[in-house]
Design a protein around this ligand. Sequence first.
Ligand code: F3S
Length: 400
Amino acid sequence: MYLSREEERILKGYEGEAKARALEVIVRVGEALGAPRLIEIKHAHISGVSYENIGDYGLELIEGFWRLGARFSVPTTVNPISYDSEDLTSIPGVTLSKPYVEAQEAIARALSGMGAELEFTCTPYYAGVLDRYELRMGDHVAWGESSAVAYANSVLGIRTNREGGPLALMAAIAGRTYYYGMHIDAERKPRVSYVLEAGRALEEAEAGVLGELIAEAHRDERPPHVVAAFGSDSSIKEFLAALGTVSDIAMAHIQGVTPEDPGGEVREVVRIPWRELEERLEEKMPGGPVDIAYVGCPHASLEELAKLARMLEEKGAPRAKIIVSMSRSVYMKALSLGLVERLRRSGVAIVRSSCLIVSPFSKHNKGVRLATNSYKAYHYLSRKGVKAYLARLEDLWKLI
Ligand code: F3S
C-alpha cells in the first residue's frame, strides 16, 4: 500500500503510540482488502459503545486507547449506550446495578476524553452533525453503524464503508481509512435494479420488508438500484436499516433520492410484486394484542414523533405501553415544539440516547409481546427472546 510521508511518520510513532497503533490496524485491514492507499476522513461515527453489547472486553479496548493518550483526529460521534442516563427507569422492567452503570460511564468518559461528542445516537444525521461538521455530498467519513452507513451513502451522498465499531474507533484516532469500496466512484455504480411493482407509497414496516426482500436477493458486490415510492424519510431510513440488518450492503441507489448519478451499467432488472411484499409483512404481523409498541429504531426523527403524537390524539390513549427511542437532540427539539408534552400526555415512554436492542430490555422482558414498525428492531428483539412482531403504525394501533 502506498503511504504518504506523513503516514509513515505516524506509523513510526512521531504522533504518539496510540495513533501509530490505530493507523497500523487500518493499514493492515486495507492491505488485506487490496486497497492501494489511505484516504483522509472528515468525520467518524463509532458504533459498539453500549456496555450491554461490548462488555468488559470492549470497555478495555476503548479505555486502553484513551490511557495510551489517544485523541480523535477528526470530529467523532458515537452510537447509543445501554440506558438513558437522564432517566434510568425509562426502559420498562430494567433495573441497573451500580457496577453496570459505572462500566457504561467509564466507556463514555474514555470516549469523551478522546474528544467524542456524546450525543449517543444511531441517526447522527437527525442530530445536526451535517451542519456542525460541514459534511457534504462526496465527503469521506468512517461510520460504524450499519443503518447510518446506508443512509449516509444512499441519501446524503457521503461516502463510507461499513466499519465495525473497533475499526471506526481506529479511523477516528488515525484520521484516515483505507481507500476501498464505497469510497471509490466506480464501486458505487449499480448493476442490478429492483423495481417494486404497483402498490402505493411505502410506510415504515413495508419499507423494512422491501429491505429484507432486496437484501436476500442481491448477490452483486455493487449497490442495488431501487425503484420504489417511499412515503417519508423515515420509510427510507427503515428500508436502509433493514437492508443493513439482513446483508452487508452499505448503499442503495434509490431512484429520486440518491443524489448522485447511478451511471449506465444496469444489466439486470428484478421485479418485485406488491403481493410478495404484503405476504411477507403479514407473516410477521401479530395475531392479537401486544404488551408493548415500539417506535424509533433507528432513532426517531421529529417527523415520526409528530405523526405518532397526531395518531395518539386522534385514537385516544392506548392500553399497551408505547416506547419511543430518539437522540437527545431530537428530544430537545421535540420538547421545544411541545411534542414531548403531547406524547407524554398520551402515556408514551421516551428513551433518549439508548434503545431496546442495545439496552438490557430483552433480558428482563423475555416472552413479552411487542409490535414495532421497525424491521431492524423486530429482527434483533426476536433473536433476543422477545415475542416481536412487525406492523404498520396504523395496524399496530388496532392491536392496542
Ligand atoms: Fe439504533 Fe438501537 Fe436500532 S442503536 S439502529 S435504535 S438497534
